[in-house]
Design a binder for this molecule. Structure first.
Ligand code: LMR
Length: 342
């Protein structure tokens, strides 16, 4: 699957239609026999996001390498399950793979994953890698069998930006705004520290809630903002880069153990390659989405001065201490140590 070509003349709808067309798999669909195994991969975002493109890449690799014997069905955009029920659907075996954001593991009893939500924690993606690719990342995934799940790897979307119908450049701009958040106590605390009122909503409900004025603003990397057409309902996007959004791919433990070892290794290999691909394209996807947003011209885009960013950072500083006991002192210590390693 190719990354979409962006151009001044391409509208969002044309672009989506082009992508849908290019998702066909020559040599895999049509003439190939019915697969022996079909993996159902459910996710909540659009196809032309880092996660959507990684899922599509995974499908291509698995179906090609297995000669069509293993099929992958992808359900993007919360078509099948949304934030509230995708983990449960996985635990019950209704789907085989999901890739929730790391912010969504706290509510299934793994609050240590919320460490990724700590505001202004990571200077760049290489700092994120020190955790996800190191012993701490491994240890985080090792907690998943407690929930009947297996964690297969991490990947990026990128850094989050703030949107509302006003610029969000200083803590005072957030005062009393109802900000949609993912189900993460750390993100809720971050919004409170800024003077806003956090409202937890499923991703699939966010655009509608913004349009209806149920919430005033939200945070997300630009690729999610753009592909959900949030620019049609938010006048201002402030490039705060205040936090990280990444994912873990998770499967059902029973399902995983019942696969033939060769199939398991084919699937795992294809997945690891797809996650590496996602990490390669995530930055570009967000840059391209920002470019498209500028061309669409509906939303004012604000860069922060150094001073503004420092004041936001100072306002959310207490969150780290406030939430340390939820994340767990041991996890906090290990995380600080991992980040110190150059
Ligand atoms: C959100 O709920 O805001 C995002 O985590 C959605 C996603 O999976 O990127």
């Amino acid at each position: 699957m190719n990354t979409p070509a962006w151009s001044a003349s391409i509208s969002r709808r044309t672009w989506l239609a082009t992508l849908a067309g290019s998702a066909a798999l020559p040599g895999v669909t049509g003439a190939t026999p019915k697969p022996d195994i079909t993996l159902r991969f459910s996710h909540v975002v659009a196809e032309e996001t880092p996660k959507g493109l990684a899922a599509n890449r995974f499908k291509v690799l698995v179906e090609q390498r297995s000669g069509g014997r293993i099929g992958v069905q992808i359900f993007p955009n919360a078509q099948l399950y949304g934030d509230h029920d995708e983990m449960q659907a996985l635990q019950l075996g209704a789907v085989d793979l999901v890739a929730p954001s790391l912010s969504k593991f706290g509510r299934i009893g793994l609050p240590e994953f919320e460490l990724f939500d700590l505001p202004f924690l990571f200077d760049d993606l290489s700092a994120v890698r020190r955790i996800t690719l190191g012993p701490l990342g491994k240890k985080l995934l090792q907690g998943l069998p407690r929930q009947g799940l297996v964690g297969l790897g991490f990947f990026d979307n990128g850094f989050k930006q703030m949107s509302a119908n006003r610029p969000l450049l200083e803590p005072a701009n957030f005062m009393n705004l109802r900000m949609r958040v993912q189900a993460s106590r750390v993100i809720a605390a971050q919004m409170r520290a800024l003077g806003a009122r956090p409202v937890t909503l499923a991703f699939s409900e966010t655009r509608r809630a913004l349009a209806a004025g149920v919430v005033d603003g939200t945070e997300n990397p630009v690729s999610n903002f753009w592909t959900q057409a949030m620019h049609e309902v938010q006048t201002d996007l402030s490039l705060t880069n205040h936090g990280y959004l990444g994912y873990a791919v998770v499967t059902n433990q029973r399902f995983w153990q019942h696969l033939q070892p060769d199939d398991r290794s084919l699937i795992n290999q294809a997945l690891q390659e797809s996650l590496a691909f996602a990490n390669q394209i995530a930055d570009t996807q967000n840059d391209q989405a920002l470019h498209a947003l500028r061309l669409a011209g509906t939303t004012r885009i604000h860069n922060l001065t150094k001073g503004q960013r420092t004041r936001l950072r100072q306002a959310v500083q207490p969150v780290q201490q406030q939430l340390a006991s939820r994340i767990g002192p041991r996890w906090m210590k290990d995380m600080e140590q991992a980040l110190r390693q150059a």
